[in-house]
Design a protein around this ligand. Sequence first.
Ligand SMILES: Nc1ncnc2c1ncn2[C@@H]1O[C@H](COP(=O)(O)OP(=O)(O)OP(=O)(O)O)[C@@H](O)[C@H]1O
Ligand SMILES: [Mg+2]
Ligand SMILES: [Zn+2]
Length: 285
Amino acid sequence: MNNSDNAPANPESCSHDCGSCSSNCGERKTSCNLRVPPHQGSSIKKVIGIASGKGGVGKSTITSLMAVALRQQGLNVAILDADITGPSIPKGFGLTEHAKSEDNAIVPCLSKTGVKVMSINLLLDDQNEPVIWRGPMIAGVVKQFWTNVLWGDVDIMLVDLPPGTGDVPLTVFQTLPIDGVVIVTSPQQLVAMVVAKAVHMAEKLAVPVLGMIENYSYIKCPKCGEIIHPFGKSSTEEAATELNLPILGSLPIDPEIASSFDAGAIESANMEIIIPIVSHIQSLI
Ligand SMILES: Nc1ncnc2c1ncn2[C@@H]1O[C@H](COP(=O)(O)OP(=O)(O)OP(=O)(O)O)[C@@H](O)[C@H]1O
Ligand SMILES: [Mg+2]
Ligand SMILES: [Zn+2]
């Protein structure tokens, strides 16, 4: 084992398997050496991860809105749903069919407007059946979504990550050539604290963090247009300054967003607010 400034005080904490070891010791060369190529039938230009420290902040909703906005630009867009135990992308797009296979590879499903989607829910017979697998197996499935799916030509792939800093974000950050991570947050104090963990994880694995999107930022009164901040003063700005990250944009609490996602009609949602956020992100990658 090489010694370096980063070597852990206790070398026992290194398992000598960089794929599963979180120790940042001298044995870890760069995060790139764990990368695997996608299926040979795939050509994927850019990959963006959508992450958060906490659950329920709106990652899947924002991933879907971003995909629709990018697709509206005429780009080839894909969503890799890396949330194996809580997959929700197919629901937002109203996809209920079974993904087909071709030459031992899986073919992603196509949304109404042509967004390519792969999710565990498109492979299960019963979408309500829970996936009860241990972490390494779940991470293995996510890896297969990269290596065994015939993505074809993709300009931008969005990876909807499960919350937190567990096996799946670790696998995605190490295996996929991520061009940048977008961190979704909400205004409460507690969220800012857990967001820092997600940011630091990406940084440790040398994955660039593009910035933060604040969801549930405000409510616009439908009668008079007054802006209400239901959570009081947001902690996002403070967290962004502390973490030296830009705020890429913010989304209001909008019942229409929730209802269109629930109805599988996210492609018909109002894109006005997400479009400038997406343009901002595109300028960074
Ligand atoms: N801006 C918003 N306005 C109103 N409802 C929203 C908004 N963003 C998300 N929601 C709703 O909040 C719920 C949680 O959102 P979502 O599933 O996107 O969060 P998530 O971060 O992906 O959650 P998980 O951590 O479980 O994967 C959903 O029912 C969604 O429709
Ligand atoms: Mg989600
Ligand atoms: Zn009002």
